[in-house]
Design a protein around this ligand. Structure first.
Ligand code: PLP
Length: 384
């Protein structure tokens, strides 16, 4: 079975047959799958510039550099996020500042305001962990008031809208992930977006557009004198995407809306089955957002650690990879031993230790979702 569909297989085969797998081994952007992906991504989701990279992690790091984050600067993040997020800040020489999340697993805007009031937080790297978004209107207001640069970690939020607008449109720059567990699957991959020309060109340089290779990107014709002045002015990494990943991703952009519908339908089906159980609390999505729910989280209430572990083991033996945010999980901030965390976030810590994380998959059907729901309810019956 072709899990990602015939169009993906055909696109990749065509790129292999063309023999040009390196984005700069092409004469023009029209011949490069990577440049074509960038153009299509920008057009589809309404961004001025898109830059394909090897990962979203690279995109986050480059966004911080483009925002002028300097060694020693403080960068706020929600305390519930993936290890890549604080890591990008540490790689930039800066210091993560952890902010509590609410019972809906999103940035606690009151705690955020408290932490930026002192005036020494340079940026907010707003991670939309598991595609959940806080009150973005308030977040933007606070950022403006305290002069905090807003950067969006949109790794997990392709298809997620705030007030009808795709996330990634609200800050200076954002990065999406195209790793296999995300909405579009390039194996690995990331796409940084911005509507700011200087940020886009700078990012291109950091990502590794050496010599005149900027000519092989769309959008560089907007201001050739600016981009020429930037060439070799920034230390270059190689964070580029391969044409192979790009070829796999191009046809998937047309499928995002259908995938969002599929995931949301399955999410609602499962959430409806579980929400009335007295030991389960399903978090809410903000009414101004449209989710793209390719995973589900819920909190176990009035259950002890051992009961939760027994339920997890029951689910695992039934073939479900149901995770709890405990042990060595890379999303538990207390496991990030590479930096000394100045602040504790006790609410977040307690919440996560009672939280389940279950991926929904493209191949799920209403029947398999119903089986999942029944298995969770059977586990609850057995151990509660
Ligand atoms: C919230 C979040 N941010 C960032 C990343 C990093 O993305 P990538 O694996 O593409 O570097 C991930 C990946 O799982 C993620 O879930």
């Amino acid at each position: 079975m072709r899990m990602l569909g015939d169009s993906v297989v055909e696109s990749v085969v065509q790129t292999i047959e063309g023999g040009r797998l390196f984005r700069y081994d092409c004469k023009s952007p029209e011949e490069s799958a990577t440049a074509l992906l960038e153009k299509k991504f920008a057009e589809t989701f309404g961004f001025k510039y898109a830059l394909a990279m090897n990962s979203c992690s690279s995109g986050l790091f480059v966004s911080l550099l483009c925002a002028g984050v300097q060694p020693g600067d403080k960068v706020a993040i929600p305390a519930f996020t993936f290890i890549a997020v604080p890591s990008s800040i540490i790689h930039a020489g800066a210091q993560p500042v952890l902010v509590e999340v609410t019972e809906d697993y999103v940035l606690d805007v009151d705690d955020f305001e408290k932490k930026v009031k002192g005036g020494d937080v340079k940026a907010l790297l707003l991670s939309y962990m598991r595609g959940r978004i806080p009150d973005l209107d308030r977040v933007r207001e606070i950022c403006e008031t305290y002069n905090v640069v807003l950067l969006e970690d949109s790794a997990h939020s392709l298809g997620v809208l705030w007030d009808g607008v795709q996330t990634g449109q609200f800050g200076l720059a954002a990065a999406f992930s195209a790793q296999s567990y995300k909405m579009i699957d390039g194996g690995e991959g990331g796409i940084m977006v911005t509507n700011d020309k200087e940020t886009a060109y700078k990012a291109m340089m950091y990502t590794g557009a050496y010599e005149q290779n900027w000519q092989k990107h769309f959008g560089t014709q907007d201001d050739e004198s600016l981009i020429k002045s930037m060439t070799h002015s920034y230390p270059a990494y190689n964070f580029r995407m391969s044409n192979l990943s790009a070829a796999a991703l191009i046809p998937q952009l047309d499928q995002v809306e259908a995938r969002v519908e599929h995931f949301n339908r399955n999410y609602n089906l499962l959430a409806d089955m579980l929400c009335d159980h007295p030991n389960v609390r399903i978090p809410q999505f903000h009414p101004k957002m449209r989710p793209a729910a390719d995973s589900i989280q819920w909190e176990f209430v009035d259950l002890g650690k051992e009961q939760i572990q027994s339920i997890q083991q029951y689910m695992q033996s039934a073939g479900y990879k149901m995770e709890i945010f405990t042990g060595e999980n890379a999303r538990c901030y207390w496991n990030w031993r590479f930096f000394e965390c100045a602040e504790e976030c006790p609410f977040t810590k307690q919440l996560l230790q009672r939280t389940v994380d279950l991926r929904l998959r493209l191949h799920n059907t209403p029947q398999t979702i119903q089986e999942t729901g029944k298995t969770v309810l059977a586990a609850l019956d057995k151990f509660c």
